[in-house]
Design a protein around this ligand. Structure first.
Ligand code: G3P
Ligand code: CA
Length: 348
């Protein structure tokens, strides 16, 4: 055996021992039992697999096939960003405007950067919300994505109520301040559909509300106190308010906190200066503290297998992921998945 090969072998062995040690310390210090008790009491799977904008790695985000696929994969929750049209229809859309995910520039020239609340639902129904995906992700493109329509909340509820699994809904109030009264409208709609307000029949935690805006969650707390709420946090909030204060807010007005995960640590914007805030938010220091404060932790957006394992070792109670198809296998919730079979079952 050559000298350099031995050096390499020794280095790998030492690194493995170090990583294993860190994982064990991490596991022991994160007090996962407290988080487990909390989410068990709420009836939330642990680790929860939250299909972020649906199965959005494989299909155009927040469209019918993305949610149908996530449902058939067995994801615990379908994540959705809810906004409202000019004529009051609740719809699923992430961005403020329609320019990234539709052909608005062709259909309504000059209105590309107008916010979605300036469009009627009938206008939105003229847009193609699927072809952009085929151009951007040509390796995952499908003819059936062409001409997909923007979904209403009611359509999403229909999707969640049929098929092989019954996922919950993880609903974000997007730009909550631009849509006064949206919390009441959501609660009214979900109550009318039997998703909240009749806990015995609906089952616990079928709905979780999430927002970056504490004031939106505070309104949900008054309107539907039994429904879990999660405060999403980002770097700006962290630098302005600080972790302790955000955790206190999450504890007072919510039941969960949504920290960001590992992915950004290695993204194009990574820098050593930012590493402490970009990298560590799922670490046991934070998850343990959250659990001690009676708050569960769902982290976003976790798309690699190693990240999935790492964050759960750190005590995180669930993940928002674009890759529900990976998460279900990584967490041993599913046998290897036959995607062709699922596509054919949902008709796309
Ligand atoms: O909703 C969970 C988290 O991903 C929030 O970020 O921008 O994807 O809604 P965004
Ligand atoms: Ca969201």
């Amino acid at each position: 055996m050559g000298y350099w090969f031995k050096v390499l072998l020794g280095t790998v062995a030492a690194a493995s021992v170090l990583v294993t040690g860190l994982l064990i310390v991490s596991r022991l210090s994160s007090e996962p039992s407290l988080g487990r008790k909390l989410v068990l009491a709420l009836g939330i799977a642990r680790p929860a697999v939250i299909a972020h904008r649906g199965a959005s790695y494989l299909a155009p985000e927040e469209t019918r096939p993305a949610y149908l696929l996530a449902r058939e994969l067995g994801a615990d929750y379908l994540e959705v960003d809810i906004q409202r049209t000019k004529d009051g229809v609740l719809i699923a859309l992430h961005d403020d405007d329609l320019s990234r995910t539709t052909n608005v520039a062709d259909v309504f020239p000059g209105r590309e950067k107008d916010t979605v609340n300036t469009f009627t639902f009938a206008e939105l129904q003229q847009l193609d919300a699927g072809s952009w995906f085929n151009r951007q992700a040509s390796d995952r493109a499908r003819d059936s994505f062409r001409g997909l329509r923007i979904l209403r909340l009611e359509d999403l509820i229909d999707i969640a109520e049929t098929g092989s699994h019954r996922p919950g809904l993880y609903i974000e109030t997007k730009a909550a301040l631009r849509f006064p009264g949206i919390e009441q409208q959501l609660v009214t709609t979900l109550t009318a559909r039997g998703w909240i307000g009749h806990i015995e029949s609906a089952g616990p935690a079928r709905v979780i509300f999430q927002s970056f805006k504490p004031e939106s969650l505070a309104r949900f707390k008054i309107l539907a106190p039994e429904v879990p709420r999660l405060l999403l946090i980002d770097e700006v909030m962290l630098s302005e308010a600080g972790w302790e204060s955000l955790l206190k807010t999450a504890s007072e007005i919510g039941m969960g906190i949504g920290t960001w995960g590992y992915r950004w640590a290695f993204g194009p914007q990574w820098s050593v200066k930012d590493a402490p805030t970009r990298y560590v938010m799922t670490w046991p220091r934070y998850t343990g503290q959250a659990h001690r404060a009676g708050v569960f932790v769902h982290s976003w957006t976790i798309d690699d297998r190693w990240e999935m394992w790492m964050v759960t070792l750190n005590g995180v109670d669930g993940i928002f992921t674009n890759r529900a198809e990976l998460a279900m296998v990584a967490y041993s919730r599913s046998e290897p998945i036959d995607l062709d079979k699922l596509w054919s079952r949902i008709g796309y």
